[in-house]
Design a protein around this ligand. Structure first.
Ligand code: FAD
Ligand code: NAD
Length: 469
């Protein structure tokens, strides 16, 4: 068997793994990365990037459809638009392909050796990779586990088809449909269910969301999700809460759903199951090295060290929150630790964004979470209905909210819901990360007219003297 050795071996080239390898390479660490699929992981190939491409296409299509349907207040009229989904998917794949090449190029530029194939642990220092040309043994000084996550499958609704592209589909299948479904039942009203469910509804599919808890997006507070619920209604999406999918009807033309008011049938060309993702810890020898686990996830400390010396784990394989930028931040930190830097992981300022319509952003603590710490807090909230830029974009639904300590005005958290607020997450993250006070946000000159002004106004409101409300 062929053998190579290296100082650092990274298993998995998703956002966690490839960022870790690039940074380690930049720091002169002799690094090898192993990937069984295409570089970029879930995020680049079947997650963040392709889903946002589809969401953008759906937004544009819906806008044109609305303009075609009647006189637009903007004075624009167009004839009925048509959607060629196969072309949309090709465009999405083209973006993914460009980024695949980009990641491969960045790894090369950083001096990282890429190995294509599935890795399998032999012991805490040795990994065997099935490559196209036969098995390869890699001996490494240190190893980073960055194998990500896979979609949770419901026993009553197993994914069909080789890549989940049968009747019952995962997000991967939904991002590669050849034909727009007339009807789509979405099981799970969380991130993926609502992001993709909204996109399909905008493209013209009749969407029904089946959510087990009593409201959509239970991870976010109800005030933040209210505008999303309202918009889903406008788009004709049926939301069934407190409902559980039981399986396909005998004829396989509908989803059977258990509700408080008895069982219901939901017509469905496809059933998209989005009930969460689980760490990818099975089938590649992790059990051989007997790491401490936290449920299904690999347990790590604040430096992403596992229970075995010299073995780190980053990203989705370490559990919630499963976000690409969290994986990247952990990857960068671990590379610097391996290169001898003193680093630790500060998780206070990880932004979470839901790319629904409108979008939701949350950084740090919500008012409820801040109160639960036992502190007195100040909360300032400013509506987009009083923001000039939002008015010019027909985007008055939503608000920015800031949460701070009452005694010293330290910003503890910031939330927003509204059109395009994902782009405000950078300013929100910076404020929490730098330990800004309300006065810092209120005293920052925000360009006019921008939606960012609502952030400044929320801080002014918390201080008791907003200017535009
Ligand atoms: P992954 O990206 O899952 O990468 C792991 C890699 O390891 C994979 O390429 C896999 O092939 C490889 N691998 C696994 N086992 C082996 C093995 N034995 N040998 C070799 N290679 C192996 N997050 C956001 O922050 N924003 C978003 O907008 C967003 N949208 C999403 C939309 C969808 C539809 C989905 C499914 C996810 C989305 N996510 C989003 C989540 C995001 O994709 C993940 O949090 C992120 O990809 C995690 O990165 P990772 O590096 O930990 O793992
Ligand atoms: P999720 O955890 O966001 O949502 C799952 C939803 O399914 C929850 O609301 C849950 O109550 C519901 N549910 C669970 N079991 C059910 C059942 N049997 N019947 C009906 N409903 C049920 O999971 P997801 O949407 O699959 O996404 C997985 C992960 O991917 C997310 O947690 C997130 O970390 C990541 N992601 C992030 C983004 C983003 O950052 N914008 C986008 C997509 C995915």
């Amino acid at each position: 068997m062929n053998e190579i050795s290296c100082a650092l071996l990274v298993v998995g080239a998703g956002p966690g793994g490839y960022v870790c390898a690039i940074r380690a390479g930049q720091l002169g660490v002799d690094t090898v990365i192993v990937e069984k699929d295409r570089p970029g992981g879930t995020c680049l190939n079947v997650g963040c990037i392709p889903s946002k491409a589809l969401i953008h296409a759906a937004d544009e299509f819906e806008k044109a459809r609305l303009w075609a349907a009647g006189p637009s207040p903007l004075g624009i009229s167009v004839s009925a638009p048509k959607l060629d989904l196969a072309r949309t998917i090709r465009w999405k794949d083209h973006i993914v392909g460009r980024l695949n090449n980009g990641v491969a190029g960045l790894l090369k530029k950083a001096g990282v050796k890429s190995v294509a194939g599935r890795a399998r642990f032999r012991d805490g220092k040795t990994v065997e990779v099935e490559t196209e040309t036969g098995p390869l043994l890699i001996r490494a000084g240190q190893i980073v586990i960055a194998t990500g996550s896979v979609p949770v499958e419901l026993p009553s609704l197993p994914f069909g088809g080789p890549s989940g592209n049968g009747k019952v589909i995962s997000s991967t299948g939904a991002l590669a449909l050849a034909k727009l479904p007339e009807t789509l039942a979405v099981v799970g009203g969380g991130y993926i269910g609502l992001e993709l469910g909204t996109a399909f509804a905008k493209m013209g599919t009749k969407v029904t969301v089946v959510e087990a808890t009593d409201r959509i997006l239970p991870l976010y507070d109800a005030e933040l999700t209210k505008p999303v619920g309202k918009r889903l209604k406008e788009l004709g999406v049926t939301v069934m809460t407190g409902a559980k999918a039981k399986g396909l009807s005998p004829k396989k033309d509908a989803l059977l759903v258990e509700t408080g008011a008895g069982d219901k049938r939901v017509a469905a060309d496809h059933v998209l199951v989005t009930v969460g993702r689980r760490p990818a810890t099975e089938g590649w020898g992790l059990e051989e090295i007997d790491l401490d686990m936290a449920g299904r996830a690999v347990r790590v400390d604040d430096q992403c060290r596992t229970s075995m010396r010299g073995v780190f784990a980053i990203g989705d394989v370490t559990g919630e929150p499963m976000l690409a930028h969290r994986a990247m931040a952990q990857g960068e930190m671990v590379a610097e630790i391996v290169a001898g830097h003193r680093r630790a992981w500060d998780k206070r300022a990880i932004p979470a964004i839901c790319f629904t319509d409108p979008e939701i952003v949350s950084v740090g603590l919500s008012p409820e979470e801040a109160r639960a710490t036992g502190r007195e807090i100040k909360v300032g909230q400013f509506p987009f209905g009083a923001n000039g830029r939002a008015m010019t974009k027909l985007a008055e639904d939503g608000f920015v909210r800031i949460v701070a300590r009452a005694d010293n005005h330290l910003v503890l958290g910031i939330q927003a819901v509204g059109n395009g607020v994902s782009e405000l997450s950078a300013a929100f993250g910076l404020a929490v990360e730098m330990g800004a006070r309300l006065e810092d946000v209120a005293g920052t000159i925000h360009a006019h007219p921008t939606q960012g002004e609502a952030f400044q106004e929320a801080a002014l409101k918390a201080l008791g003297h907003p200017l535009h409300i």
